[in-house]
Design a protein around this ligand. Structure first.
Ligand code: NAD
Ligand code: WQD
Length: 336
């Protein structure tokens, strides 16, 4: 059974491709490499010991995607393809609405034409915006997003749910990821941001490897135990395994379901910095900087639904996340 992964040359998709291959699925990948390298897929093949047909195409290109669907005949589609830089989405909203929505519409149209009934989407905890109280459950209020990126996720959730509502044979699983970090334990694949990283863990690892001089800690006056922002960091391999469970669920059910994929534990910026220092043996110089616009004090999941319905639970520790991020970055100081 072949699963088509859109955007799986990227960080989360590449780890998911390996988890799916290990679970016995055939994996085909489409990516335009706008934020990734084909080398990631080559290494996935090496790690999983199987071939993963790779198509270089824009997932929004209807003609190209129809051809790919005709060749692959996927039983399910997992949609990772999109832009994800929050700050850039504020500066270039149309770039984000165009790419994130168009890829979704094209994939869903191609699925309808090809008769593919299972769709899994990379959503985000960002859909809860500033309105809900932590821990977020899937019933927490969504909306109030502070940036266009977040709105694209919420809009796509609506588009996918409406599509499933109109087709009683269709299954949609919306996965709301919290803060993915870590890397495959081999150190062969990992997060490879272009330019200066926006996210905390790749920033820390680039300081550790000497590419950046010091970390800016955005605010130490939040109402949290040490004053720095608290997030629910989740190991990317736990996240990848969550996709395997979500796929099994989608292949057996109809309609739309939403799942939080997080650990349920909040970790502060300084706790993560110190955990990283212990795991790597490298000191991370930092300074306290002003708060970053749009940041919330605390974000963490109630992941109970995923455990109850999917039988999935994150098992890797913060130490695992730091050790694996460090192995990837130190073995590949300049990425792929
Ligand atoms: P990533 O940028 O590493 O991967 C996305 C991939 O999609 C890249 O390989 C990119 O080249 C590809 N892509 C983008 N537009 C495309 C297009 N039009 N056609 C074909 N390929 C295209 O990002 P990631 O961290 O792996 O995230 C994967 C998904 O998960 C994204 O949708 C992202 O918004 C979502 N997500 C990520 C996080 C996170 O913190 N990393 C958190 C929540 C949700
Ligand atoms: C984590 C914490 C920062 C960088 C983002 C998106 C979200 C989702 C995951 C896609 C915060 C602090 C960070 C730095 C710092 N992505 N920080 N110095 O903002 O929780 O979530 O990625 O869906 O939508 O918004 O993650 O890693 O940027 O920040 O002090 O250089 O680290 O203030 O408290 P965030 P992050």
């Amino acid at each position: 059974m072949t699963i088509l992964l859109a955007g799986a040359a990227g960080y989360i998709g590449s780890h998911t491709a390996i988890a799916l291959a290990q679970a016995g699925y055939d994996v085909a990948i489409v990516d335009d490499f706008s934020n990734s390298s084909p080398e990631a897929v080559r290494r996935c093949e090496e790690l999983a010991g199987v071939k993963m047909p790779l198509y270089q195409a824009d997932a929004a290109d209807r003609a190209a995607m129809e051809d790919i669907f005709a060749q692959v005949r996927p039983a399910a589609v997992i949609h990772f393809a999109g832009f994800k830089a929050v700050g850039e989405s504020v500066a270039k909203p149309l770039k984000y609405y165009r790419n994130n929505l168009d890829t979704t519409l094209t994939l869903l149209e191609c699925m309808a034409k090809a008769g593919t009934k299972a769709f899994i989407f990379s959503s985000s905890a960002t859909v809860y915006g500033a309105r809900a109280a932590v821990p977020y459950t899937e019933q927490s209020e969504t909306g109030g997003c502070t940036n266009p990126y977040g709105w694209t996720k919420l809009m796509i959730e609506q588009i996918a749910a409406d599509t499933a509502k109109a087709d009683p044979d269709m299954s949609v699983v919306l996965l709301r990821y919290f803060n993915p970090v870590g890397a495959h334990p081999s150190g062969r694949i990992g997060e490879n941001p272009s330019g200066v990283p926006n996210n905390l863990m790749p920033y820390i690892t680039q300081v550790a490897v000497g590419r950046l001089p010091q970390l800016n800690v955005f605010g130490d006056d939040y109402p949290t135990p040490d004053g720095t922002g608290v997030r629910d960091y989740i190991h990317v391999c736990d996240l990848a395994e969550g996709h395997v469970k979500a796929l099994e669920y989608a292949l057996e059910h109809k309609g739309t379901e939403v799942f939080n994929l997080g650990t349920g534990h909040g970790v502060s910026v300084l706790e993560l910095v110190h955990a990283f220092e212990r795991a790597s043996g490298v000191k991370i110089p930092y300074r306290i900087a002003p708060r970053r616009a749009g940041d919330l004090a605390e974000v963490y999941a109630d992941p109970a639904k995923a455990e109850r319905v999917l039988g999935w639970k994150a098992t890797r520790t913060v130490e695992d996340m730091c050790a694996d991020s460090w192995r990837w970055q130190s073995n590949n100081p300049n990425g792929y």
